[in-house]
Structure formats: C-alpha cells, structure tokens
Design a protein around this ligand. Sequence first.
Ligand code: SF4
Ligand code: SF4
Length: 340
Amino acid sequence: MDRFAAYNGLLATSKYFKLVCGAGNEDCEEVRKLAFVYTLAGCNGFDVSANPNVVSSCKGGIEKALDFKKRYYASEKSKPFITVSVGMPGDHHVRKAYILDSCVKCNLCIPVCPTDAIPNSLIINEKLCIGCGNCEAVCPPAANAIRYRHNAKELSRILPECVIAGAESFELHAGVPDDSTTLDEWKVVCENMPNGMVSMCLDRYHMTNVHLIDRIRMAKNIAGDRLIIQADGIPMSGGTDDFNTTLQAVSIADIVNKELIKKDLRFRKLPILISGGTNTHTGELARQCGVSFSGITIGTHARKIVSNDLTAAFEGDEVALNNAVGAARELIVKNLGLQS
Ligand code: SF4
Ligand code: SF4
C-alpha cells in the first residue's frame, strides 16, 4: 500500500492521531524528541513548522524510534506522516509575540507562557513562541504591551524544500475572513503537494458557521478528494484537561458534520480532524455526542504530559522513557477508543 492510501485508510477508520509540535515551534531539538517519544507511543502523524530543518528533525526522531531496540508501539507499517503547517496573516498559529516599550515590567506574562519563551529580560524568544496569546491575556490594559508579527514564509519557495526534507502533507491555517487571498494561498499549497493530502485548518473566530461551510466548499473545488478539514475549536487552548476545554473543538466538528457531511453526498467522505482545545477527553466527548471524526490532533496538552521526561527519555533513560511513552500512549488510546 502506498503512503497516500495508508493515510486515507487511517482517516477512513478514525484511527489517526496527530501530535502538533507547533506551527510556530522552530526548536529542532524539542521536535526531534517529541517525534521520538510519540512515534514509540504509536502516533500516526506530526504537525510541524514550515522550516526544512524542523522537518528533518522530526524525520530524525521518527527514524530513531523505528531503529530503537525496544519499539513499544512503533512499527514501519504505521510510520507517522509529517504535515507542515503554514498560515495566513492574522491566523493565531503563525504569529510571533513581541513586547512594546509600554511594558511596565510586572512579569505577569512570564509564568503563563506554555513554552517558556519569555525570559526575565522580557525579550521574547521567537523560536519558542507559538503565538498562543496567553501573554496578551494577562498583560495589564494600562500597558497593553503585547503585539504580534506574522511569521511570513514565501510558500512557493519553502514548501518544496519541506517536501525534500520529508514532508508528506501540508496544512494551511486559514482562520481568517478573506476568501480570495486565502484561496490563492490554498492553490499554492495544493500545487506543491500534488500526490498527498492537504488540510485546511478553520476556526470560528472570524467566520460564521455559514461562512465556514462555504469556505470548505471552495477548498474542495481546488483540492478535490485530497482535502482534510481540521476543525479548530479554540486555537491553542488545550492547557487544561477537562471536558469544558474541549467542548468547542467537538462543537465545530459537529457543525461540519451536520451542515455539510450529512447534507451533501459529495462531502460524505470528507475527513475531519478535531483540534484546538483537544485533551484526554476529546474522543470520549465526541463519541458521547455522536460527533464523527477521522482523527484527533493535540498540541499543548500532549506536549505537556511528556515534558518532564522528554530529554531523559530521548537519551535512553528507561524510567523516563517508560513514563513518557506510557503517558503519550494513554492519551492516544483514550482519544481513539483503542484497546490499551
Ligand atoms: S505566551 Fe504564547 S504568544 Fe506569548 S510569548 Fe509565550 S508562546 Fe508566545
Ligand atoms: S504582562 Fe505586559 S506589562 Fe507585564 S511584563 Fe509582560 S508584557 Fe510587560
């Protein structure tokens, strides 16, 4: 079976789990370690930044896991797919925070940053920033000191380099209202992955339900059967592991199911990945609510549960490895409803 068919097979059986390393995460070492641990845990896919070095690091982590003496749940047959994420200006996933001179040095932003991107010097480390907005949320209104830069990538140059480095799928974060510019970028994404799956990630910050469904129709006209929709509840909101945090992620998937997949035969097989606020409870909530999905993608929560053991696990410390792979495996099993 070729890789395209294998990918489709996973989606068709709702057995796809993707770890989001962070569209803005350019920390190659962290990505390599995450890919190693999560491949051993039986993860099927990784979502990484549009940077050939990051893609290579992810591939390196996967290969190290497949060569590892104790493979845990990894197998050549279920070798994970690498998806590269790019984003439209204005989409949360591809922005980098910086601090203005109006900062009053209250330091409230330092502990809320999930990636430790804000040091005591208050000069944000762009490589670590994933654009989540936590710092902005706590910054006092009188200071209003957080702003963002779009992490601009020139798609037609960077995407082919990512394919050479090992990318097998692309994703466009398109949670912005402008259809025409988004579809221009979408065409470039599709053209650069002619034989692979292409995903459009959408949320409802700037789009009504009607607009969301219209956008998916437009995306399919260009991508055809290669289209995946990543339904993003609240982007990068998965820090807390409870049902409420994952409610919107399941809700947006429900809208796509009800308003498109069940109403229009052409979309009956449209794969939906649930994301944005995903955690241990996402799969269970979706199953309880009767919301169909093809896969689940988790970022913040999935990275958090292995963070204490990640480096030692990567270096082969058996206790740390058992801890990290065990935690990652449990997350996958619970979400996909697998036998442990
Ligand atoms: S809190 Fe989020 S947006 Fe702010 S610096 Fe950290 S990662 Fe970037
Ligand atoms: S929360 Fe705002 S004002 Fe306080 S240190 Fe951070 S950027 Fe400066």
